[in-house]
Design a protein around this ligand. Structure first.
Ligand SMILES: *Cc1c(COP(=O)(O)O)cnc(C)c1O
Length: 346
């Protein structure tokens, strides 16, 4: 029986033997009492890395993003982000539900927005308008096919936000992929953002968890809201230990995932059933199928040969490379894609 090669998401990774050993060995305590030294160590490690004052370990990236939005807005405010943003599309309507804020959507280039696009969308102080108080950027951009911002692109946005007194939050679910691709340093990020959300359960390969980074005041506020969201965890150091292990051992290897994605993209570009492949910058490959096929038909043909992947639209398919994809699996996948004979839709 052929083992499936799972390209659906970088969230499907399983903890390695060494990671599990680190989890079992963790010193834990009740984190709601502030007594879990492993959770505190993870929060301190990441805040130091990104040059932020404090951190808060949470069950998911959705929670860290939504906590940040709640901290940085009041009801009736408006959040500015790209129309592809995860915070808007994939967090269950959380902005409206938790923060009672509206959203102003921009149309960036593969999710990348600029200060020039943001500035005209900031509302004047006028009783008709919601107050623009927060800009959210995503790096890398999921819907942009793993596209990424450089710090050079972020700096003018941060400057604009400072001048117009808006907060700036980063959805950094895949920030380490962006750092790997751009060569920017995590330490330089802190000066630009009021909040940064970092996922440990994507490319880094931990089973659970994200950390919100911010000022001491922001994190104090977020900790209280996390409690109200039901996200105060007890001996969560077992999970935090996986995050620490991932930061120590799984960051350097992300370039390998990016090389794997580039190999897949080259193979897909040459495939008969592919119309076009989005430029690949990190670990995500999104391609459009030719009009005689649908995403569903291509996915089911690939599935029959042992490849799992997902649709991002009626005619677009996504592959994500990650820790559990080996070079041998990439070789196998390349052969399967080259020889695929998908049925044409009638
Ligand atoms: C995965 C992801 C998140 C967080 O997702 P959770 O499943 O809630 O951890 C946030 N933003 C982006 C861009 C993501 O890809």
């Amino acid at each position: 029986m052929l083992e499936k090669i799972d390209f659906r998401s970088d969230t499907v990774t399983l903890p390695t033997t060494e990671m599990k050993a680190a989890m079992f060995a963790a010193k834990v305590g009740d984190d709601v009492y502030g007594e879990d030294e492993t959770v505190i160590a993870l929060e301190n490690k990441l805040s130091a890395l990104f040059n932020m004052e404090a951190g808060l370990f949470c069950p998911s990236g959705t929670m860290t993003n939504q906590l940040a939005i709640k901290c940085f807005t009041q009801p009736m405010d408006e959040v500015i982000c790209d129309q592809t943003a995860h915070v808007y599309r994939y967090e269950g309507g959380g902005i409206a539900y938790h923060s009672m804020a509206s959203v102003r959507l921009l149309h960036g280039q593969r999710g990348i927005i600029t200060a020039g696009m943001i500035e005209p969308e900031i509302n004047e102080d006028n009783i008709h308008y919601p107050n623009s108080t927060l800009v959210v950027l995503e790096n890398t951009i999921n819907k942009g096919g793993g596209s990424c911002y450089t710090l050079e692109q972020i700096a003018p946005i941060a400057r604009l936000c400072k001048n117009r007194v808006l907060k700036l939050h980063l959805d950094g679910a895949r920030i380490f992929n962006a750092l790997s691709a751009t060569g920017d340093s995590a330490a330089d990020y802190g000066q630009y953002f009021d909040g940064i959300s970092v996922c440990l359960s994507k490319g880094l390969g931990a089973p659970v968890g994200s950390v919100l980074l911010g000022s001491k005041d922001t994190i104090h506020k977020a900790r209280k809201i996390r409690k109200a969201f039901g996200g105060g965890m007890r001996q969560s150091g077992f999970l935090a230990a996986a995050g620490i292990y991932a930061l120590d051992h799984h960051v350097g290897r992300l370039s390998q995932d990016h090389a794997h994605a580039a190999t897949l993209a080259a193979t897909l570009t040459a495939a008969d059933f592919v119309d076009s492949v989005m430029p690949v910058e990190t670990n995500i490959v999104i391609f459009k199928v030719k009009s005689s096929y649908t995403a569903a038909s291509i996915i089911s043909s690939l599935n029959a040969k042992g490849i799992l992947c997902g649709a991002t639209g009626a005619d677009t398919v996504r592959f994500v490379t990650h820790l559990d994809i080996t070079s041998a699996m990439i070789d196998q996948a390349v052969e399967i894609i080259k020889n695929l004979n998908p049925t044409i839709n009638s």
